[in-house]
Design a protein around this ligand. Structure first.
Ligand code: PMP
Ligand code: GLN
Length: 381
């Protein structure tokens, strides 16, 4: 067979490649983003309780009411944003499914979508699969600030969607209020929609505030907001997230969601609905991850890597030009195979990578894991 590929230039994701390489070579895996510590045993207990109670069949297509209500309450408490649980909240198979279904629901062939690069790897292939055209705005290290005039220059009658990722993976920056003022001006009186990937919403450092699109009525009315329980509760393998959007957008979103997955793992939803009432769990995230960030930054300061201080997310970018002249992909492979620390080349997040020597470390790890990795990394000077 010779299928006519819809994504002829696409290979396997960099996260899969690097995690496989790490496993094959017994390397400490700081590549793919997931914690190496367990989630709360109480959450596991709540989910097993639901399983034992026989809550093992299909949930409603949009998610169980209890969970949608808790999500809606949380969004109101934190951002004073109202989303009606029955018509504006949809529980999804992770942030990924929410992003994919939103793109599938609104991107028509020939539509243009503005994406900021470095960009999370899912956006571009999903947009292209539905015939959309990516107009990339390239952000540059170390500050990765958005030039809003460049964004303005890319807007046309074909612009359907702007994709935001805040806090940003892999750039680790957090948008400020001025960024949102610019965005509001740009989309005002237009039909442009926004897809706001906020999966790292609670992981912001140094007392920063996370501004959600849902905070700004002029943005909220045109936005799909995507969140993930994987990041919130250290359960990346459970693949549960959600999409918040005004009713008119949710209607379109659910047309795709219902045939993409129909519904999501029922007992996990019951467990999460109960666990979500404990605010202290997610309110502890900034300090939990800031400690890890600082520990890892302090360690790297003794090495040849030049770290860029993360404002948010659980990733850290570092320049390795003092250590090696290899390109980012070859350096990442060399570090994994020869020195047993796996990382992600930042070039994987650009369609046309700039000339730079940056790798991404995931520091969502136990202190002992970070310590072992640092022991190796400081010797590379
Ligand atoms: N968006 C970003 C920026 C991510 O880093 C990830 C991966 N963790 C996702 C979306 C996907 O989230 P999930 O694992 O819940 O599908
Ligand atoms: N979000 C994770 C990361 O950035 C990867 C998730 C995945 O492998 N798709 O590392």
């Amino acid at each position: 067979m010779n299928p006519k590929s819809k994504l002829p230039h696409l290979g396997t994701t960099i996260f899969t490649l690097m995690s496989e390489l790490a496993a094959e070579h017994g390397a400490i895996n700081l590549s793919q983003g997931f914690p190496d510590f367990d989630c709360s045993p109480d959450l596991v207990h709540l989910v097993s309780l639901a399983m034992k109670q026989g809550l093992n069949h299909y949930s409603p297509m949009s998610g169980i009411a209890e969970l949608r209500e808790e999500i809606s309450r949380k969004q109101y408490e934190i951002h004073q944003a109202n989303y009606h649980p029955s018509t504006e909240v949809t529980v999804t198979a992770g942030g990924s499914e929410a992003l994919f279904s939103a793109i599938a629901a609104v991107v028509h062939p020939g539509d243009e979508v503005i994406v900021f690069e470095p960009a999370y790897d899912l956006y571009r292939p999903a947009i292209e699969l539905f015939g959309g055209v990516v107009r990339a705005v390239r952000l540059m290290a170390p500050d990765f600030r958005i030039d809003w005039n460049e964004v303005r220059s890319l807007i046309s009658h074909k612009t359907r969607l702007i994709v935001l990722n805040n806090p940003n993976n892999p750039a680790t920056v957090v948008l400020d209020e001025d960024d949102f003022k610019e965005l509001i001006q740009i989309v005002r009186n237009s039909e442009i929609m926004i897809l706001s990937d906020e999966v790292y919403e609670h992981i912001v450092f140094d007392g920063r505030q996370h501004f959600s699109v849902s905070r700004f009525p002029e943005l909220k009315e045109r936005s799909f907001l995507v969140a993930s329980f994987g990041k919130l509760y250290h359960i990346t393998g459970w693949k549960v997230g959600y999409c918040l959007a005004p009713e008119i957008l949710t209607k379109e979103f659910r047309k795709v969601h219902q045939f993409n997955v129909f519904c999501v793992n029922t007992p996990v939803q019951y467990g999460l609905a109960e666990f979500l009432k404990r605010k202290e769990e997610y309110l502890a995230l900034p300090s939990l991850f800031q400690q890890k960030r600082d520990f890892f930054m302090d360690g790297l300061a003794q090495s040849g890597f030049k770290a860029i201080k993360p404002q948010g997310s659980y990733f850290l970018l570092a320049d390795y030009s003092e250590i090696s002249g290899l390109n980012e992909f070859d350096f990442s492979k060399w570090l994994t195979i020869k020195h047993k620390v796996a990382v992600i080349p930042v070039s994987a997040f650009y369609a046309n990578p700039p000339e730079q020597k940056l790798v991404r470390f995931c520091f969502a790890k136990k202190e002992e894991t970070l310590e072992k990795a640092l022991e190796i990394l400081v010797k590379l000077k």
